[in-house]
Write a protein that binds this ligand. Structure first.
Ligand SMILES: [Zn+2]
Length: 141
């Protein structure tokens, strides 16, 4: 796993932060007003919401084992505004056929949350279910 910190200095690869301002400016109010959210398990930062679930290969729930034999329960989302993405897209060990990935981290604490996938007009996040907490806003965290 690659660790990042806020003082990282490099021109390549590209770093993108999708924050809540970006989110508010780019999406409909009714989508944003959902009280159901996924937040970072480590720091409670807003990451995404169930209404952004993204179906690929017939589901938004996926179960994979990486080359190091580590098991992952991954959920796919069309958007994850709380994620920071890092890296250069690669097809190496990709879990979705012919779709390259880069790393996705919490935009607040930099915990590794999963991966961002992009190919042609297809773009989505695959986030590790155990790294996110599901909340209904107004409930106790
Ligand atoms: Zn976090």
């Amino acid at each position: 796993m690659i660790l990042l910190n806020n003082s990282i200095h490099c021109k390549e690869p590209e770093i993108k932060v999708h924050d809540e301002v970006f989110f508010k400016e780019n999406f409909q109010d009714e989508e944003y007003s959902s009280k159901e959210k996924f937040i970072c398990r480590s720091c409670n930062f807003f990451i995404t919401m169930p209404s952004f679930n993204y179906y690929i290969d017939g589901s938004w729930e996926h179960f994979f084992t990486n080359p190091a034999h580590k098991f992952f329960h991954v959920r796919t989302f069309k958007r994850a505004p709380g994620c920071l993405t890092w890296g250069q897209y690669t097809l190496e060990y990709t879990w979705f056929k012919n779709i390259p990935w880069i790393y996705a981290f919490c935009g607040n604490c930099n915990a590794h949350l999963g991966w961002h996938y992009s190919y042609m007009d297809q773009e989505f996040f695959g986030l590790i279910a155990d790294e996110l907490k599901y909340i209904i806003e107004g409930d106790e965290l």
